[in-house]
Design a protein around this ligand. Structure first.
Ligand code: UT7
Length: 332
């Protein structure tokens, strides 16, 4: 019997309309366009405005777009995995809310939270359901409303993050295309350097935690940067070696969009020239779990059946990893 691979067969994406520029940030915190551009590569980011809107609303748009592009009835979807660090609420899972808002009423669903690596972990998890042969249509959606946990008085973090979501459909492929390999890693000792202090079971919300601004992202940037550069580059090189891929064999690198300097270091280590690296950090900043699917969404029309693609990410936890896939379709 031919091996079943889980292939991405459709992509959808959504970014909110409101654009927060570096010039606007200059009026909010002590920063400047030159610093932000040279240190991060970011020029602007999108922010989800509007009372009562959360991650599920952006994910809903991405999923609806994906379904309508392929003419798929939402009732055909069997499983929804939502990769997010900013769920709509502590519970229920945002995947359940997305399913409700999009009419995917036959699907079961759950969230995966591995900070910026959630999408990569969720993609690998979703693929297993397809590879067993039991499931035929799985949606993996990654998105974050980072503005909901951002301190717009902290110049070290608020210049980096933005909001957005992207979704992919996984279906069985017996032509050899689809997910080929994944290397996923984590090291909980890294939690000291990137986390949200309060709001979890260790430190539930109190008036003090709010007053002390403990519900925002806490990041020790330099330390995270060092680990990100090393681990994202190492794991990307490792997945190439393990699959006997030379840099010429790789059509595209899809890196997590956290910092242009981390992206460049990863590309250089892999020997991949910049024209083969998907980069949209200048427009969206770091959308956490939106970065990888939003890249696929924007580059979809350039991707060709059989293209070797490597996705790589690094995030809080620490978590990091790389996935190697063969693209499964040409866009008409
Ligand atoms: O996606 C999850 C994983 N996260 C990441 O991968 C992020 C990794 N880290 C980074 O991308 C970078 O560390 C940052 C972009 C966060 C910071 O860049 P950096 O080059 O590491 O800057 P730094 O923290 O070493 O700060 C250098 C200087 C400091 O001033 P002094 O002490 O040298 O006088 C900061 O206070 O820049 C200052 N600074 C700023 N200046 C203007 C920090 N933030 C800003 C700012 N505008 N927004």
């Amino acid at each position: 019997m031919q091996k079943i691979h889980a292939a991405i067969t459709a992509v959808g994406g959504y970014v909110p309309e409101y654009i927060l520029t570096n010039a606007a940030l200059e009026t909010m915190v002590d920063t400047n366009d030159e610093w932000i551009t040279t240190r991060t590569g970011i020029k602007e980011r999108r922010i989800l405005k509007g009372e009562g809107l959360g991650t599920s609303d952006m994910a809903m748009h991405a999923v609806n777009q994906l379904l309508s592009k392929r003419g798929i009835d939402p009732m055909e979807i069997e499983l929804v995995i939502c990769a997010t660090t900013t769920p709509d609420m502590q519970f229920p899972a945002t995947a359940n809310i997305i399913s409700d808002k999009t009419g995917m009423r036959n699907a079961f669903g759950y969230d995966v939270n591995a900070a910026c690596c959630s999408f990569l972990y969720a993609l690998t998890t979703g693929a297993q359901f397809i590879e067993t042969g039991k499931y035929k249509k799985v949606i993996v959606v990654g998105g974050d409303k980072m503005s909901s946990i951002m301190n717009y008085e902290d110049r070290a973090t608020c210049i980096i993050f933005g909001d957005g979501a992207g979704a992919v459909l996984l279906e069985p492929n017996t032509e050899g295309n689809g997910l080929q390999d994944s290397i996923l890693r984590s090291d909980g000792a890294g939690r000291a350097f990137l986390h949200q202090k309060a709001g979890g079971s260790v430190k539930p919300a109190t008036i003090e935690t709010v007053m002390n601004k403990e519900h925002y992202v806490h990041q020790e940037g330099q330390t995270v940067f060092k680990f990100a550069v090393k681990n994202m580059a190492d794991v990307s090189a490792e997945i190439m070696e393990r699959n006997n891929l030379s840099s010429d064999d790789v059509a595209w690198l899809v890196p997590h969009q956290a910092n242009m300097r981390i992206i460049s270091a990863t590309g250089e280590r892999m020997g991949i020239p910049e024209e083969k690296v998907m980069i949209n950090i200048q427009k969206y900043g770091n959308t956490t779990n939106g970065t990888l699917p939003l890249c696929l969404w924007e580059w979809e029309s350039q991707l060709k059946k059989g293209d070797n693609i490597i996705l790589a990410a690094f995030g809080g936890g620490f978590t990091w990893g790389a996935t190697y896939l063969k693209w499964a379709y040409d866009t008409k």
